[in-house]
Design a protein around this ligand. Structure first.
Ligand code: GUN
Ligand code: ZN
Length: 442
């Protein structure tokens, strides 16, 4: 393979091609497929015999590798790279002991820029081309993140964390600075290149009512901006929230009352929901982001995927690093599968790859732009080596279907399975012999 980072304009990829349409059971698969990319967009896809790729300046042949839409991480904190794998606490102690001191370091723009570069290199190396990202309360942490994401040509959603109580002074803003700083960050970044802004109140307990009102005003006033936060993750957190907001019916109801539920609102976790909460989430159009490795690591609880899905709730998947333990899409869906096992429900390989691609795009309201390999879609692609380790190769001797081969990747795969990543029609990552990152990852 000769993925040249200078490739621009028109080129074609050959290989196995898999893309989901409206659901996990509705997909197109070409054993010998071809994808044509022109100026950052996909212009044709289909069986290689039927797609004209002759006129293109370059054809990259991936052989038996699998070409998929780039993966989508619906909830992650780039600012918590440094506290991934921190021992021995549940949510509230974990925040106070590890997370808040780490986030305080983002006062330093160089620390923020270095972490943003590292985070995006790792995320891309794992096959993600879009993430919804929490920065810190410091506006410079947002500038640092978007600068690197824009440089890489990534479609991304991110925002400044809002928190004005129950945190260390170094991290607390006010209702006014939260509004003013977010407003100017929206003006600077929302719609710049492929960047999109999310108003990001950390979670209800760290914002006063005045700050939640300011967040809702930003969401109302700014066309197309997102909201992202956390909800119903941990039992002690929920009891605390009930004391802080006694008038609300539930944790989710707080966000509803402040006008923070609707299209383009992304809430991490949603584990401990009543039936009324599930109905509220479905009717409001809010997205719940399932973060399985985090839920296991912090002992938060077992997400009820099947129940929320049956009620019509939009669901995305998130790595939630640093509460989450991995930036791997495989580790994430493996944990989702294991949680579903505890809930006595299925979580099929097609469901997993659907949520990582087209389903995730729909839940992030980006279904007209990313998540599919189809004409007119932005050319974000992840190419998987289906035989990346000896154990996978041996296991695949027994694989009798695409679904089975994909399941083996989920359970056994890691970043060695990611052969290459293309974003906005440009190769941005190619696996080298060892574990090192190529120069254009840095
Ligand atoms: N709730 C409030 N802040 C956080 C955070 O940083 N991570 C997780 N997992 N939950 C939160
Ligand atoms: Zn989180």
């Amino acid at each position: 393979m000769s993925a040249d980072p200078d490739i621009s304009g028109t080129f074609a990829l050959k290989g196995r091609v898999l893309t989901f349409n409206q659901g996990p059971d509705r997909y197109d698969y070409w054993e010998k497929g071809c994808v044509v990319i022109e100026d950052g967009l996909i212009t044709a896809v289909g069986d290689a015999a039927g797609v004209n790729s002759k006129n293109h300046s370059a054809v990259i042949d991936y052989g038996e590798d699998l070409i998929l839409p780039g993966f989508i991480d619906g909830h992650v904190h780039y600012s918590q790279m440094g506290v991934i794998a921190s021992y021995g606490t549940k949510l509230l102690d974990w925040l106070n002991t590890y997370t808040f001191p780490e986030e305080a370091k983002f006062l330093d723009p160089e620390y923020a820029a270095d972490t943003a570069r590292f985070f995006l290199a790792e995320s891309v190396k794992n096959g993600f081309t879009t993430s919804a990202v929490f920065c810190t309360t410091h506006p410079q942490s947002v500038d640092a993140y978007f600068s690197v994401a824009e440089e890489r040509g990534l479609r991304t959603i991110a925002g400044k964390v809002l928190m004005n109580r129950h945190g260390p002074d170094e991290l607390c803003d006010t209702a006014e600075t939260a509004y003013d700083q977010s407003k100017s960050l929206i003006e600077k970044w929302h719609g710049k290149g492929r960047c999109l802004y999310a108003v990001t109140p950390r979670f209800a307990p760290t914002s006063t009512s005045a700050q939640l009102e300011a967040a809702a005003a930003l969401y109302r006033e700014s066309d197309g901006v997102y909201v992202q936060s956390h909800v119903a993750e941990n039992v002690a957190e929920i009891e605390w929230v009930a004391e802080l907001f006694p008038a609300a019916q539930s944790y989710l109801d707080i966000y509803q009352r402040f006008g923070l539920l609707g299209e383009r609102t992304l809430y991490g976790h949603g584990i401990h929901f009543s039936n009324a909460d599930i109905t509220m989430a479905a009717e409001s159009g809010a997205t719940i982001v399932h973060c399985p490795t985090s839920n296991l690591f912090l002992g938060s609880g077992l997400f009820e995927y099947r129940k929320l899905k049956a009620a019509g709730v939009e669901i995305a998947l998130g790595t939630d690093v640093g509460g989450g333990t991995s930036l791997s899409p495989f580790a994430t869906v493996k944990a989702a599968y294991e949680i579903a096992q505890f809930r006595d429900t299925s979580f099929s390989p097609f469901e997993a790859f659907y949520l990582l691609t087209s389903g995730g795009a729909k839940a992030l309201r980006l279904e007209d732009k990313i998540g599919r390999i189809a004409p007119g879609y932005e050319a974000d692609l992840t190419i998987l080596d289906m035989n990346s380790t000896d154990i996978i190769r041996r296991r695949l001797r027994n694989a009798d279907s695409l679904s089975d081969a994909l399941f083996a990747q989920i359970i056994l795969g890691d970043d060695r399975a990611v052969r290459a990543v293309i974003a906005n029609g440009k190769p941005i990552y190619e696996k080298s012999g060892g574990d090192s990152l190529k120069e254009y990852d840095r």
